[in-house]
Design a protein around this ligand. Structure first.
Ligand code: ZN
Length: 283
């Protein structure tokens, strides 16, 4: 369990803010992370990496970007321990030298509870009172549509019903690849959810891709088609990943992945016709 990791992208000061780590309750890692894969093959790949095949760990890496003009937070974690979360995001933010009222924009990759539970407190008040909240338009529309919510798992629907309505007068919705603020570009990466967004963050010729949950595990780089049980559309998620990997290689971008071991940074390198994940060496 650790708090923060600072790095720069050109003039932008970036900080990975941990929301904690723990064990994900439920089934086996291969069944959940690689539901679309041949299970024996996925388990063998996990063993080869020295990873357990019986318990699944969960990590959460949020991102703080100080552009010099704006302070942006990307995703808000599982929420306070009192609400069932791992709950260290606000401690990490404090450790980074900032308070919630300083955040100008909160960008949400998608509407799952482990990304939105940290938006409001137990009383339903906005934790980031001065922020505008950025979503892909269709993502916002899905998670605030009762007909669609009623078909989602109850826990996911409850999180959306609780944490999203308080944002409705403070929204910035995007529906095409475009800059949210100069140097911070929304990329459509549908599949994990219908309106999942990733970010291309660029300054001084350097690039960072905030992946969110467009892929969840390093093995998804080698096997883009091994979609997870958490992916709303296995096919769309599998189609999105190669596009993101090509973009990462073209821009020589550093990547931040939400659920990979802290600090979750690495690069995509080409390997024949495919790709490999290369973790970033960090001090
Ligand atoms: Zn997630």
């Amino acid at each position: 369990m650790t708090g923060i990791h600072r790095f720069t992208i050109g003039e932008f000061k970036c900080t990975v803010l941990s929301d904690g780590s723990g064990i994900f309750p439920g089934g086996k890692p291969a069944e959940m992370m690689f539901a679309a894969a041949p299970q024996a093959e996925a388990e063998a790949a996990l063993r080869e990496r020295g990873e357990p095949t019986d318990v699944m760990s969960n990590q959460i890496n949020c991102l703080l970007i100080d552009t010099g003009e704006q302070l942006l937070l990307v995703d808000t974690g599982l929420g306070a321990a009192s609400q069932g979360g791992m709950g260290i995001l606000l401690d990490s933010l404090r450790e980074a030298g900032h308070t919630p009222d300083e955040i100008d924009r909160v960008i949400i990759s998608h509407g799952h509870g482990d990304h939105i539970n940290g938006l409001t407190d137990e009383s339903g008040n906005l934790i980031y009172p001065n922020a505008r909240f950025v979503f892909w338009r269709s993502e916002w529309e899905h998670w605030t549509d009762e007909a669609w919510l009623s078909e989602r798992p109850e826990m996911a629907a409850q999180a959306a019903r609780k944490h999203l309505p308080p944002l409705k007068d403070h929204l910035q919705l995007v529906d095409s690849e475009s800059d949210i603020v100069p140097g911070v570009r929304a990329l459509p990466t549908p599949g994990h959810t219908p309106g999942h967004l990733s970010l291309l963050i660029s300054s001084g010729g350097e690039h960072l891709i905030y992946v969110g949950d467009a892929f969840l595990h390093p093995l998804h780089v080698e096997h883009p088609e091994w979609s997870a049980v958490f992916d709303t559309s296995y096919e769309d998620a599998a189609a999105t990943r190669p596009k993101l990997y090509r973009r990462a290689v073209e821009t020589n971008a550093l990547l931040l992945v939400y659920h990979i071991t802290f600090p979750g940074l690495g690069r995509i390198v080409t390997d024949g016709d495919g790709w490999q994940w290369q973790p970033e060496a960090t001090a």
